[in-house]
Design a protein around this ligand. Structure first.
Ligand SMILES: Cc1cc2nc3c(=O)[nH]c(=O)nc-3n(C[C@H](O)[C@H](O)[C@H](O)COP(=O)(O)OP(=O)(O)OC[C@H]3O[C@@H](n4cnc5c(N)ncnc54)[C@H](O)[C@@H]3O)c2cc1C
Length: 486
């Protein structure tokens, strides 16, 4: 039985909408979440997309940022069924010489895997891994000068490296192709040309996270993370209504505040007439990033990688050298479809047998494409994998293909297939969606944004939702609720 009035109504039950709801419910507020899809979860869902018994992560699959997130770590999600699986090695990056550079949990071992850059790799990563908690607290969130300055001995060197372009950082730190390729693959997650400032930031964070907390995934699929968040929210008294797309604010029940796990374009549609013209104008200037083209495979067995070490890794970056990956990302930014795309692949079933029938495997793979692309990249993705794993095609039992438009139909937040809620370049990294002292607020006092279009941006970590809810608690419920600490 639903209430008639709420403290907070939230539009969208993605990881950030659920994180905001949990933060507010933990503070004792009455919360309701509305989700357009038939099930909650946003970018964290699992379905039998290909054949019966094959469980595919529909969007996100690998969770270094969730494992790193101080917010998720503060929740009792294991009590609600979440179990993290750590693959033997977080990441492998195969090269033409039949070997692979391996991002291992150990910085030392990873350095050795790079060959001639063992010392340089250790020198770059070790200080950040040692100071990981400080980095997470200072960097994963809105721009906060106090923690940045308090921990300047750590944050300043990290900031200098992260603000660089991936190419500059690779050429500055490393001599050999192996370490450069590894860094390029990590940095290309940002979906920016690798010669752009700040294109090193995401890669550095992901690399350091690999050492500090691994690149795990939930046993049973991404859905299990959502299920645990939903069960915990319900245990706190929070309510979720699915199958309801909110088109105007008037459709929501009476609530003291509204938070949108949506991007600026949807906010303009839903609340446009209530937003001052200047704010509307700045939201209209918000830029979205390139799209993604995704293929899920049901396989007859493990992928026959030439570099057999790849079978120990949960994630495989398929794209070759720094030069090749840089060319691929630059082409995408220019609106061109790369002949040899950089492919992100995950083979969770090697470490989690519940994902596929006995003896069979799943493969999750996607590449970057220009925004709104309609080009079929299946053949090019398969050719890239085949290049490093001859015989891969013979193992394919079935495939499920998603173009950018399919992604956007599935989840209205994926504008043009952009999976990060907006471009994460130097202009929109901390100041997303617009420049405001508290980016989660809007000029309408009781209306907030809590999606990945706010800091710290894309990825499943719940921190956009957590910080937005903190802003709500501080500004709106100052007299009635205490802000929680992570
Ligand atoms: C192919 C792909 C691969 C990815 N891989 C990874 C990965 O491996 N690791 C990782 O950390 N991240 C990954 N991501 C990114 C990650 O999924 C997103 O950054 C994350 O889900 C953002 O969370 P969110 O809560 O901000 O938004 P979303 O997860 O997009 O959730 C928004 C929710 O709001 C709902 N909604 C939107 N509009 C309305 C409305 N008007 N009314 C009601 N409901 C509405 C949507 O249906 C959706 O459920 C991937 C994404 C994709 C698509």
């Amino acid at each position: 039985m639903l209430r008639t009035t709420y403290d907070a109504a939230i539009i969208g039950a993605g990881p950030n909408g659920l994180a905001a709801a949990i933060t507010l419910a933990r503070a004792g507020l009455a919360v309701i979440v509305f989700e357009a899809h038939d099930t909650p979860g946003g970018g964290a869902r699992t379905q039998e997309l290909t054949l019966p018994g094959f469980l595919h992560d529909v969007c996100s699959a690998i969770y270094p940022l969730a494992a790193a997130s101080p917010f998720f770590r503060s929740l009792p999600l294991e009590q609600f069924g979440l179990e993290w699986v750590q693959p033997t090695i977080p990441l492998a990056h195969p090269l033409e010489d039949r070997t692979a550079v391996l991002l291992e949990r150990s910085v030392e071992a990873t350095g050795i895997s790079t060959g001639c850059d063992a010392r340089a790799y250790r020198r770059l990563m070790s200080p950040f891994v040692t100071q990981w908690e400080v980095l997470v607290q200072s960097v994963m969130g809105p721009l906060r000068l106090r923690p940045l300055l308090r921990h300047a001995l750590t944050t300043a060197p990290f900031g200098i490296a992260a603000l660089s372009s991936a190419q500059m950082l690779a050429n500055w730190q490393f001599r050999g192709e192996r370490a450069k390729a590894l860094l390029a693959g990590l940095c290309a997650h940002a979906q920016l040309p690798l010669n752009q400032p700040i294109s090193a930031a995401a890669g550095l964070m992901l690399g350091v996270a690999g050492h500090a907390c691994g690149w795990p995934f939930p046993r049973g699929g991404a859905q299990r993370l959502t299920d645990a968040l939903v069960a915990y929210l319900r245990s706190l008294g929070g309510e979720i209504v699915t199958g309801v797309e909110i088109k105007t604010l008037a459709e929501l029940p009476p609530a003291r505040v509204v938070l949108g796990d949506i991007t600026p374009r949807q906010l303009l549609r839903i609340a446009g007439q209530r937003l001052p013209a200047g704010y509307q104008h700045s939201l209209q200037r918000f830029r979205y990033g390139p799209g993604s083209f995704k293929v899920d495979f049901a396989l007859d067995g493990p992928i026959p990688w030439k570099a057999s070490a790849c079978l120990q890794a949960g994630t495989v970056h398929v794209g070759g050298t720094l030069a090749e990956i840089a060319a691929s990302e630059e082409q995408v930014a220019k609106g061109v479809h790369p002949e040899r795309p950089y492919v992100l692949a995950a083979q969770q079933s090697l470490f989690d047998p519940s994902r596929a029938p006995e003896g069979k495997q799943t493969l999750w793979a996607y590449c970057h494409v220009p925004s709104g692309s309609t080009v079929d990249m299946t053949e090019r993705i398969e050719a890239q994998i085949e290049r490093f794993a001859p015989g891969f095609r013979d193992r394919i039992l079935a495939r499920h293909v998603w173009k950018p438009a399919d992604l956007e139909r599935y989840n209205a937040n994926y504008i043009g297939g952009d999976i990060n809620g907006g471009m994460q370049d130097i202009w929109q990294f901390f100041t997303r969606p617009t420049i405001r002292p508290v980016p989660y607020t809007t000029p309408v006092k009781n209306l907030y944004l809590c999606s990945s279009s706010t800091p710290p941006g894309g990825g499943v970590h719940g921190l956009c939702g957590y910080f937005a809810a903190q802003a709500v608690l501080r500004r709106y419920f100052r007299e009635t609720a205490m802000a929680l600490r992570m």
